[in-house]
Design a protein around this ligand. Sequence first.
Ligand code: ADP
Ligand code: MG
Length: 568
Amino acid sequence: MAVKQFKAESKRLLDLMIHSIYTHREIFLRELISNASDAIDKLYYQSLGEGNTGLNRDDFRIDIKLDKEARVLTLSDNGCGMSREDLEKDLGTIAKSGSLAFKKENEPKEEIDIIGQFGVGFYSAFMVSELVTVRSRVFGADEAWEWKSKGAEGYTIEPCEKETNGTDIVLKIKENTDEDNYDEFLEPYRIQELVQRYSDYIRYPIKMDMERSRLIEKPEEETKKEDYKPEYETYVENVTLNSMVPIWKKNKNELKKEDYNSFYKDKFHDYEDPARVIHSSTEGSATYNALLFIPSRAPYNYYSRDYEKGLQLYASGVLIMDKCADLLPDCFSFVRGLVDSQDLSLNISREMLQHDRQLKIIASRLEKKIKSELLSMLQNEREEYEKFWKNFGLQIKYGVYGDYGAHKELLQDLLMFYSSAEGKLSTIPEYIGRMKEEQKYIYYACGETVERIAALPQIELLKEKGYEILYLTDDVDEFALTMLHEYDGKEFKSASSGDLDLQSEEEKEQAKEQSEENKDLLTAVKEALGGKVSEVRLSSRLKTHPVCLSSEGMLSLEMEKVLSSMPG
Ligand code: ADP
Ligand code: MG
C-alpha cells in the first residue's frame, strides 16, 4: 500500500500546525463538528431534490465517543460521506478552503495566532492527534473507504467495512508532554464545555455518553432510620450537548458581541472581527431572520473575477444555497452573512429562486438595511467608516455608475472624496455645507493622485475664487459623478470643462473682444498643432500657467482617456 504525499502547500500548513506551541488547539473539535454538520446539510438537501429517499430530518445526528484507555476520540456523522475520490481530493489538499489565502497574506510570526481565530478545517485534527483515521461511506454506495495519516509524511487510502452512510473521524489523541496536556480531550466534561462554547448552534444533535449519578431509592421506612445514609449509583446517559438553536434565531439581547464575532470568523473564514453586525428579524410581507456582517478588510480576491458574492440562504433552518447572489446588489457584494426564511419552499430550484417574489422583497429590505447601517457608521463612527471606505469605497462608486444608475440614490450619501479644502475625506453633503453663497456648482478635478490634481493649471482660478474642488483619483469617480449629475439641485462640474461660468458679463464681453483681436494668433496655433485639438481659445482661468487643455460636451478629458484605454 503506497503512502501518498500531501500537496506541497498542505504539507507546510500541517507542519506549522503540528509544531506550533499553540494554545487554541481545542478548536479542532469545532472544525470537525462543522464539517459533520455540512455533510448532513448536503445529504439532506440532496434528498429533498430526489424525493423519497427514506431519510428523515430527525434521524440526523453527530456522535462523539471517548475511549480514555485507548486515547481515542471518535466523531461520527450520518451525512453524505466521502468516496475514494473525495477523500483524495478533499483531505489530500488544503488549497480548496480559505486556508491558503491566509497563508499567503501573513508573515510567519503572525501565523500561530491566526490559527486560533481562523478556521483551518480538517487539518486542525493533527494538532491533537498522532494518528487520524477517516472511515467514510457515501449515501447509497456499496463500498466504504479508510483514509489514514500521521501528519506531514502523507496518507493512505484503502477499502474498509462500514455499515452505514456517513463519516467516522477517529483521532488517536497525543500523549501528554511536559509542556502540553492532551488528556483534556478525553474528558467528557471538557468536551461538553467545548461543544457548548463553539458549536451550540449546530442544528443537528451532537450526542455523547455522559456518566451521571442518581440517588438509589429505598423504601420510606428505611430512609427514616437513624443510621440511613443516601447511596448513589452511576449510570450512563446519551445526552444532547448542544441547544441546536442557531445564533440568528436567538434573541438579540441574549447575544454578546463575541458570540457574533466568533460565529462570523468561524463560518466565513475570516481572522478579523467584522466591522459591523446586522441582526434583524422581520415578520409581515416577508418573514425572515437575517444575520449580516460587514467585514473589516477586503478579501484578497475581492476586486477580482474569482470573488463570488452572495448570502447563505436557509429555508426554515435548512441550508438551501451557499451563495445566493440575488440577495445582494453588486454595490454591497462585500457583505457576508445569511438569511433564513420560512416563506421559501425547501426544494426550490435555483432558476425558480431568481423569480421568487419573497426573495425579491427580502433583497430590497436588506439593501435598505445595509445602507442605513453604513450611514449610521458614517455619522457615528467616522474613523471606522473611513476604514470601510478604503476597503470597499471603490465598489460603492462602481455601484453608483453601474446598472444605468439604478442604485445612485441609494448610494450617493455614502460617497467620499478628498478635496482642496480638507486634507481628509469628505462626503458630498459636507462639501455642500462649505459651499460659498454664490457658488452654483460642485467642482471636481481628476488626476492620478491628490498631489497631482492640486498642481493642475485648470483649478487655479477656482481656488483663487475660494471654491472648493473635489479631487477624483479613481478612474470610476467621474463616471459616478456624471451618473449622479447633481446632488440636492447642485450640478457637478469638471474643473477642466471649457465653460466654468465664472465670469461676470463685463469680463465675458472683454474676453470676447480679446479673442477677436487675437484671432490670427489662435488660428495659427491651431494649425501648428495639426488637428490634435479642435479649437484654441483665450482663457481667463489661468494664473501662473501659460496654457492648459480642456474639453467640451459630456465626456471630460479624463473620461476620454479611461474609455480609450479600455480593451475592446
Ligand atoms: P472546508 O470545510 O472549509 O471545506 P475542511 O478542511 O474543513 O475545509 O474540509 C475539507 C473538505 O473535506 C470539506 O469541504 C468536505 O468536502 C470534506 N469533508 C470533511 N469532513 C467531512 C465529513 N465529515 N463528511 C463529508 N465530507 C467531509
Ligand atoms: Mg470545515
